[in-house]
Design a protein around this ligand. Sequence first.
Ligand code: HEC
Ligand SMILES: [Cu+2]
Length: 354
Amino acid sequence: MKCSGQTRSLGRNIAGIAVLIAGGLLAAPLCCGAPTDPSQIPSIFKPQSTPANSIFHLSLLVLAITGIIFTVVFSLLVYAVAKFRKRGNDDGREPAQVYGSNQVELAWTVIPILIVVVLFLATARVIRSIQDAPKPAGAIEVIAIGHQFWWEFRYPALGVVTANELHVPVSNPSNPTPTFLTLLSVDTDHSFWVPRLAGKTDLIPNRVNHTWIDPQETGLYLGQCAQYCGTQHAKMLLRVYVDSPEEFSRWVQEQRNPAVNDDAVAEGRRIFETTACVNCHAISGTIADGHFGPDLTHLMSRDTIASGAAPNNHENLRAWIQNPDSIKPGSLMPAMQLSAHDLDALTGYLVTLR
Ligand code: HEC
Ligand SMILES: [Cu+2]
């Protein structure tokens, strides 16, 4: 009685897990800032950049080989189950036993070794071609720094610092302008993964990693921190904007401008400068020079806040400053307990930071 109850609940658990996995796979591309545009679904099967493309072709080879193995093994299994099932006229005697066969032992040792060697060599070739890719003169250099739970992007040669939304120029194969990323972390392990542009590369404290992308079509590419890094790992999303060369230089120009200094929002600015905000955030031209949180100099040039967790608008900014946990539970920005009046003035100031 007890035993059959357990078996039943085990069966239910397995069914439940299967439903969860299937549901997760279906829902994954739809959650969090829902890419309604199918071109934004972060699929490894629609590569748009050389590293992603080589990984895509490698994955087809691996899928083909493992698909053949699966088909052969499963067919043999079905054949054996059907052919040797217990029949009504079974005499109950033990079938003939086979002990050792050099041919069979050799076959199932040598064939898997050959398969593994093929997979290993194919993978090593792709890793090498990505890691040893020469850096052309037109390459853009970006330092990406992982933070719990957001991304800092620095363009040292261009004098730009931004967060969460990476802008890169489209790369034309005849005149390549790839983006080479140096990956660092200030706290724990993170992983940079924009499936349509490149494979995952980890950001590890006290280690310098590299990756590169050369997207060949403009548009928005979505990604996600792919290494569990703490409570809000799931809302550490990545947005890569691939701009035309003109759009990209306009964006760089705008990012290099000093912060807007509008006298109409002087009160909000004063509140910002006299609150702990300045210890964690930087705004050029003010006393704020903190680096624990995102640079806010051009906050409003970004479409989202908190690493893609919410659209960037007046309402969400106010809600965020009032209580970051309402948008991103577990984020490392404290709720500052400001009065409604101060909140309004402060939000009024932030929305001028174009
Ligand atoms: C203890 C450090 C700390 C303090 C103090 C702090 N913040 Fe933050 N802030 C952060 C961190 C960390 C993030 C990133 C949170 C995330 O995305 O997980 C953040 C994110 C933000 C963002 C979203 C930026 C973006 O582009 O995603 C805004 C806006 C912001 N803070 C405004 C403020 C204001 C205004 C104050 C003062 C009332 C303030 N912060 C005080 C640490 C701090
Ligand atoms: Cu992370």
